[in-house]
Design a protein around this ligand. Sequence first.
Ligand SMILES: NC(=O)c1ccc[n+]([C@@H]2O[C@H](COP(=O)([O-])OP(=O)(O)OC[C@H]3O[C@@H](n4cnc5c(N)ncnc54)[C@H](O)[C@@H]3O)[C@@H](O)[C@H]2O)c1
Length: 336
Amino acid sequence: MSHQICLLPGDGIGPEVTRASTKIIDATGVKIDWIELDAGGDCAQRTGELLPQSTLDAIEKYRIALKGPIATPVGKGFRSINVSLRKHFGLYAAVRPVYSLKGVQTRYEDVDLVVIRENTEGLYSGIEHEVVPGVVESLKVATEKACTRIAEFAFDYAVKNGRKKVTAFHKANILKMSDGLFVDCARKVHEKSYQGKVEFDDLIIDNACMQMVKDPTQFDVLLLENLYGDVVSDLCAGLVGGLGVVSGANFGPDCAIFEAVHGSAPDIAGKGVANPLACLMSGVSMLEYIGEKESATKITKAFLKVLESGEPAHVTRDIGGTANTEQFVSAILSNL
Ligand SMILES: NC(=O)c1ccc[n+]([C@@H]2O[C@H](COP(=O)([O-])OP(=O)(O)OC[C@H]3O[C@@H](n4cnc5c(N)ncnc54)[C@H](O)[C@@H]3O)[C@@H](O)[C@H]2O)c1
């Protein structure tokens, strides 16, 4: 029986990297009916709608999607479709494994950590207003329910994946109430259910970022509220070769959307040079999630072989190669 999985190509490099990824996934022989859905800026230009009801209905029905990035205008315009999707489907936990890949040259060799980001609250509430001309307020929302839920998710993830330590990053010295609640909930969850199973500590985020670039190997699972999780995810990507090699997944109680950490990369969109690996790795996580472990392993072995070969003509330029997207895909396919 085929799996029915929603596919949102998105904007910018989204169609290029999702097309590349589905081609490789399909080549493993796994049976997937991709249900292609519209959303984002390109969709709005074609249809007048940013997030059509038919897209929401299909995700509601199938509960699983592979998604390309969707652009959000800076400083004006519509609110993020990514944030809307995460809120609509209750995708409260973003999971972003960040690890060194043999063959990808970086300043560090043995990074192996996982960013867990709370996806529904914080400054992403989108509640902003102009009090008087020249004075703007933005509301940071933190609830005990969401802070506890994401802490439980992070500790549970750590235990299930053989991780040793969870570290919460926060700014509770300044944001005593909101970040204070976040770290307090994490501490309580640890004390109640995870002592002796996994370690817990917390760090003020400015110090944490310095520690991260000095020695990322001291970290294991990172637990972050929404905005810090967004920023630190990109920082972490920089430790292992950039946004082209970091996958992601958003989980809710009964729905999951898999997507790379990167955005629509307007600077390279349409040039055929985007690195498809981050999207492909998100696809691998999706295959594991639906129980297609054999296909997931095949793909992982194939792309690791390509990277380890150190052949510049087989990998994209963001990770030191000379290949375009298509050549990278061909190299992976020939190693499947
Ligand atoms: N989940 C999402 O859909 C998502 C995530 C982040 C940003 N965005 C949106 O994307 C747009 C662009 O954002 P940005 O420029 O700040 O970040 P970006 O991630 O799109 O790009 C940052 C830099 O990384 C490079 N890069 C990213 N992905 C790459 C890949 N696969 N291969 C090679 N190089 C890659 C880009 O060329 C660029 O130089 C914005 O509208 C933003 O809102 C969407």
